[in-house]
Design a protein around this ligand. Structure first.
Ligand code: NAD
Length: 255
């Protein structure tokens, strides 16, 4: 496969870091873009130590000025593949959901991907190659209680991807959304602990009775599965797959 430059938002941790490490192993150059500058640098250093090509850049994906300045800040490094991955979670029933939190989740996980796409699409169009891969969620296609902002942002991402897919009909640019069920990352570890406390359950019960309960295959999705799907979407064979929702859910939505 042609070696690409891949910018991954939220690449300092969890799924983003997993995809970055995996892509670097395959010879691609990865740019770790994260609000946590030190963590981004540590992530890039770890990849470099493992003989990969990586750099780090700090960005708050919901800050329009910071995002617009990114292509120039990259000093001539052109982004071929954008992975819109940065995300956070907040669990609360709607009546108690702080308004600023609701807005922040939408800004990070819906407005952010739009701003990033706006920043990097012109170059992708000009070179007639680009791949935009959103990290959505099983919550792009189903809901769970107490996650109204997250579910709304992740559902919105699908409509955004379909629209950009139509707007990029005239070049080899595609945009798709990965929708995994639970992946064991720091974001989910925090939820396991919080839900155990809230529901007076053991952490094992939270995993088996809440998280994996709706999933026939009863296993966490691995970062490798997401990285391999990303690699496929980057390939020439996937050039006509655009505006699509790639669901990795162990059969959750087959019920
Ligand atoms: P994580 O907490 O391990 O990593 C998220 C990263 O995003 C962190 O490095 C954080 O610093 C960064 N980030 C947060 N706000 C940012 C901002 N404003 N600008 C730039 N970077 C920011 O989480 P994760 O589990 O790896 O989640 C990554 C993505 O995968 C998220 O979009 C999440 O919704 C999605 N997802 C996760 C799971 C799961 O089970 N872990 C399942 C489905 C979807």
């Amino acid at each position: 496969m042609t070696k690409r430059t891949i910018l991954i938002t939220g690449g300092a941790s969890g799924i983003g870091f997993g995809i970055a490490s995996n892509m670097a192993t395959q010879g691609h150059h990865v740019v770790i873009a994260d609000i946590n500058e030190n963590a981004a640098q540590r992530a890039a250093d770890e990849i470099i130590q493992n003989k990969g090509a990586a750099s780090a850049i700090s960005v708050d994906v919901c800050n329009p000025n910071q995002v617009a300045a990114l292509p120039e800040k990259l000093n001539g490094v052109n982004v071929d593949v954008l992975v819109n991955n940065a995300g956070i979670q907040h669990v609360s029933r709607l009546e108690d959901f702080p308004a600023e939190k609701w807005q922040q989740l939408i800004n990070i996980m819906l407005v952010g991907p739009a701003l990033l796409t706006q920043a990097f699409l012109p170059h992708m169009r000009a070179q007639n190659f680009g791949r935009i891969i959103n990290v959505g969620s099983i919550h792009s296609v189903v809901a769970s209680p107490f996650k109204s902002a997250y579910v709304a942002a992740k559902h919105g991402l699908l409509g955004f991807a379909k629209t950009v897919a139509l707007e990029t009909y005239d070049c080899d640019v595609t945009i798709n959304t990965l929708c995994p069920a639970y992946v064991k990352t720091p974001l989910v570890e925090q939820q396991i602990a919080a839900q155990a406390k809230e529901n007076n359950l053991s952490e094992e019960d939270v995993v088996n009775k809440i998280m994996l309960e709706p999933m026939p295959k009863k296993q966490f999705i691995s970062v490798e599965e997401l990285a391999d799907t990303t690699a496929f979407l980057m390939s020439n064979s996937a050039r006509n797959i655009t505006g699509q929702t790639m669901i990795l859910d162990g059969g959750w939505t087959a019920r």
